[in-house]
Design a binder for this molecule. Structure first.
Ligand SMILES: Cc1cc2nc3c(=O)[nH]c(=O)nc-3n(C[C@H](O)[C@H](O)[C@H](O)COP(=O)(O)O)c2cc1C
Length: 340
């Protein structure tokens, strides 16, 4: 059995505190630009990368796949894989980039992921997951955590989930993010697998009671800070929010520091835009496209007067060749007109 490294690194305690509210790993969404933007609204929440597969880390363009801005801390890298030596190698490589946590994906049901035998299908292979995390822990300077489902297909969650937590925690993991629904590996698309299998929050709460020494975050279908606070009050250690944080970032993130962490209120929406400008300007100067950043900002004014104009201008114009900060000015016009 590998001994958990938790506690040996004082930084881990800070990351665990940040995990009281985290933004879920989302492929194509939570890239570095998205995380930079989210960080402007919450200093404290823990941000996850998109999943990066271990083979991609080993053979791919490392700075593109793993690079991030120092302002994004605390940030957790999610890896996909099921080959212990390969995952350990990926962890060693990622170590140079300074992530605050390494997470293993045991929840993603997409075909591509299943065919490589990783993601949610690993719920059926807890011993293999234990081998993977043991190898990752041995290679990692920071805490290794696991994001999982409550089960897959015909599994009985009440039986397999505690057995999974038992086996994987014996290998040294003591922090889990549990998406509170099964994944159905046949017949449902990844998108359907995020909505159709029913949520079972009581089971996740029961896991915290059964394994009080584990740090457990609940994920799935949570859309408001009210809900997040209610889960924390029920004894869960953390709440992970995905789609709602992406589509309505200000609603989810801006209140988080004051309500969840006892910190400062966030800047207002216009100030968030102002603070994005230098970051966007640097990106454009180095050959990047405006749309690569502004696509994550479409929901910033969600629910506010003029929000449709903001979305429309950014959607129509940010993708044009040569589009620059003047598009942001134009997108802000509808809101500024209404505010004055
Ligand atoms: C576009 C998209 C991409 C996702 N990619 C990943 C991923 O790379 N790794 C992962 O563990 N989960 C992934 N998920 C699942 C989310 O992390 C989360 O578990 C799920 O959306 C449920 O949380 P929510 O209801 O708060 O969105 C993805 C979800 C979405 C919407």
């Amino acid at each position: 059995m590998t001994t958990a490294k938790i506690g040996s690194n004082p930084e881990d305690a800070k990351v665990r505190r940040a995990a009281r509210l985290s933004i879920a790993p989302m492929m194509d969404w939570t890239d570095r630009h998205c995380r930079y933007f989210h960080r402007l609204m919450s200093r404290d929440a823990l941000l996850y990368t998109e999943m990066v597969t271990a083979p991609a880390v080993i053979h791919g363009d490392r700075s593109r796949l793993l690079g991030f801005d120092a302002a994004e801390h605390p940030v957790a890298l999610q890896l996909g894989g099921s080959e212990p030596a390969e995952l350990a190698e990926a962890v060693r490589i990622a170590g140079d980039f300074g992530y605050d946590e390494i997470n293993l994906n045991v929840g993603c049901p997409s075909d591509r992921v299943q065919s490589g035998c990783f993601g949610a299908v690993l719920m059926e292979r807890p011993t293999l997951v234990a081998e993977c995390v043991a190898a990752m822990i041995a290679a990692s300077p920071v805490e290794v955590t696991v994001k999982c489902r409550i089960g897959v297909d015909d599994q009985v969650p009440e039986e397999v989930l505690p057995a999974f937590l038992e086996t994987v925690s014996a290998a040294g993991v003591s922090r889990f993010q549990i998406h509170a629904r099964k994944a159905w590996l046949q017949g449902l698309s990844p998108k359907e697998n995020r909505d159709i299998p029913p949520l079972n929050y009581p089971l996740v709460v029961a896991m915290k009671r059964a394994f009080p020494h584990l740090h457990i975050s609940v994920n799935g279908g949570i859309t408001t800070l009210d809900q997040a606070e209610a889960f924390l009050a029920e004894g869960l250690d953390g709440v992970m929010i995905g789609r709602a944080a992406y589509h309505e970032p200000y609603e989810v993130l801006a209140g988080a520091d004051a309500r969840i962490f006892g910190g400062q209120p966030a800047p207002d929406r216009f100030e968030v835009v102002e603070r994005m400008r230098p970051y966007i300007a640097r990106h454009l100067e180095t050959g990047g496209r405006l749309h690569q950043i502004t696509r994550h900002m479409l929901g910033l004014f969600h629910g506010q007067p003029g929000a449709r104009g903001w979305r429309r201008v950014l959607s129509e114009r940010a993708n044009r060749p040569g589009a620059g900060l003047e598009v942001i000015d134009a997108a802000l016009q509808p809101m500024l007109a209404l505010a004055s």
